[in-house]
Design a protein around this ligand. Sequence first.
Ligand code: MG
Length: 484
Amino acid sequence: MKLQTCVLMILATTWLLACGPALSADSTPKPNFIIIFTDDQGYGDLGCYGSPNIVTPNIDRMADEGLRFTSFYAAPFCGPSRASLMTGCYAPRISLGFNHGPRAKTGIHPDEITLAEVLKPQGYATMIIGKWHLGDAPEFLPLRHGFDKYYGLPFSNDMWPYHPRMPVTENEDARMIAARKRAAYTGFAGQGSCYPKDGGFPYPLPLMSDDQVVELNPDQTKLTASYTQKALEFIAENRDRPFFLYLAHAMPHVPLFVSDKFNGRSRRGLYGDVIEEIDWSVGRILDRLKDLGLDDRTLVVYTSDNGPWLDYGIDGGSAGPLRGGKGSVWEGGVRVPAIARWPGHLPAGRSTCEIAANIDILPTFAGLAGARVPAERAIDGRNLWPLMSGQPDAESPHPAFYYYAGSPPDRPANLRAVRDRRWKLHLVPDGPRLRGTELYDLEGDVSETRNRIDDYPDVAKRLEATAQQFNDELQAHVRPLGRL
Ligand code: MG
């Protein structure tokens, strides 16, 4: 080959890599990925999951055009769930089995490989909009963990000076008065393990753009709309290259806020208004994909980080038929709505009761992007594509699912239940062993009302052994937390 020809080819290749759409081995464009991640939304809070009083036409359309999971799992609360989503691991495996508060001295370890870091070498533009919650020191923020851009709150929207548990002072401002009034009305002020016992959070809540704070204690009635606008802009900017957008809404985590347009619109009070605004947001995003001709190049996943925060009464969601809520390993705490839509690639209008979880997103997206799943470390998630794409007889890649509850830093992983296809065994620590205490038939009793452990002792023993074996392996290979 002549030198000139060779140089031209190199230049052409360089141009393609720099300017053209990234191509996978078979020359089809890599798919775009969007994860819409709501906060504390219950299993029963969408029309397509049976809500009797919240109207969600856009999310229901997603389900009509895609796949609806009915046994999709998250962790029981915010931080661990996001750790699982980002790394494909049960949260205690990476020492992130707890929620970070403001100005934390710890966070996700720099050696962890996030979903954004998996996709980036494949030419993906990456952005997170919304709640991160894996540490708020610069070392732990999204721009150090594979994201090109960030816009949002680094932790929960209630970790601010208007938390109703803040000590009462004279001449409180309107926001504080409103927060106390609402807490009195709903009957709960947030006595969770991550909340200071003697008060709330004295520091202002930062709204960040990349690594800069752009506003303190922002007007939360504008968050859903402003997050949506940022999402639409990111999609348009990256229409000609593969992108990964992680849209982690602040809502419907308390304190609930909604824009004027949606205030009072639903039949389910403020909580319903908030969900209906999120539904509007989903509609805008789907419309934008269609307008830009990206529908058949974009896999959109909608799911929640954990179940409803029932302690907040009417400001908490509903787990539908499931028992319990956020913070528990009853199904209502961890089984969440999950919908995947990708026209032309995912068959429309299907649902599956096979076990799947947010730990599976990383290996699934990696597989579709032609990216490498980190092989030198344990990843708990599995590639769901055979199941999602409707391959005949495809089953869950998980023979068992493990329900880890919260575990404070430097404490052992807290495995509280295990399930296989039909049976779920609740566990308690019994010295170094795990002992089954209650057994439920999830096929016949999804609400976990009738303990069958005395009827099926052999099933309990088998699941106990499965849980013990898995937990021993995990405990032996826990990876460290990032520390300042
Ligand atoms: Mg949450």
